[in-house]
Ligand binder design. Structure first.
Ligand code: BMP
Length: 205
């Protein structure tokens, strides 16, 4: 069965990130690359990671429509198969980012405690808007599996779910609530044997 784990490469040293990526080839659905690697090494690091598999670029785009679209274009032209954008900034932003993204994932609700300060009150509207604007999926928290179920139901979109492991969410709980893919970082990248850790997680299916 194909892996449903998206490995978050939040590693600041490129050599280590590429070493981990190489080690787990064939055991992850995709790699997620974001600020830590791109700020340290430039946008070409996306191409470098893409030698090992599909790369979803997580800059959580959240600017005005014109700037957001240009960010998506740069990311896509440098090897990004997927782009993650924030949904709270509004429909016009998502519409523009859609134009320059191959696969677009919209953050509907987040996994950290501060999510309930503002975002959780908006997430259902964001998820519906993501669907209406042609997104390929939404991001919803494994730390609150009940929210995965609701956001998947209202949007009908695939759910990418972060928060398993270090943040306290469980692989099984997220899967049972309908998550399609699990975004997992530290519990794999900081383990002494990342490939074995992935196998252990996948064995819970
Ligand atoms: P970790 O498994 O180490 O907690 O990493 C989770 C990853 O998912 C990080 O890359 C983080 O940026 C991302 N993420 C998250 O944790 N919560 C969200 O709500 C949205 C995210 O993109």
């Amino acid at each position: 069965m194909e892996s449903n784990i998206i490995l978050a490469l939040d590693i600041e040293e490129k050599d280590k990130a590429l070493r981990v990526a190489k080690e787990v080839v064939g055991h992850v659905k995709a790699f997620k690359v974001g600020y830590p690697l791109i700020l340290n090494y430039g946008v070409n690091v996306i191409n470098e990671v893409s030698k090992f598999g599909e790369v979803i670029v997580d800059l959580k785009i959240a600017d005005i429509p014109d700037v957001s679209r240009n960010i998506a274009r740069i990311v896509t032209s440098n090897g990004g198969e997927g782009v993650i954008a924030h949904g709270f900034v509004g429909r016009d932003v998502i519409r523009e980012v859609r134009k320059e993204s191959k696969k677009l994932y919209v953050v509907a609700e987040m996994s950290h405690p501060g999510n309930t300060d503002f975002m959780s009150g908006l997430s259902e509207k964001i998820a519906i808007m993501a669907k209406e604007e042609g997104a390929d999926g939404i991001v919803a928290p494994a730390t609150h599996p009940d929210r995965i179920r609701i956001l998947k139901r209202v949007s009908g979109l695939q759910v990418l779910s972060p928060g398993v492991g270090t943040q306290g969410g469980s692989y099984r709980g997220a899967m049972e609530s309908g998550a399609d893919y699990l975004i997992i970082g530290r519990s794999i990248t900081m383990s002494s044997d990342p490939k074995q850790k992935i196998k252990e997680l996948l064995s819970q299916r």
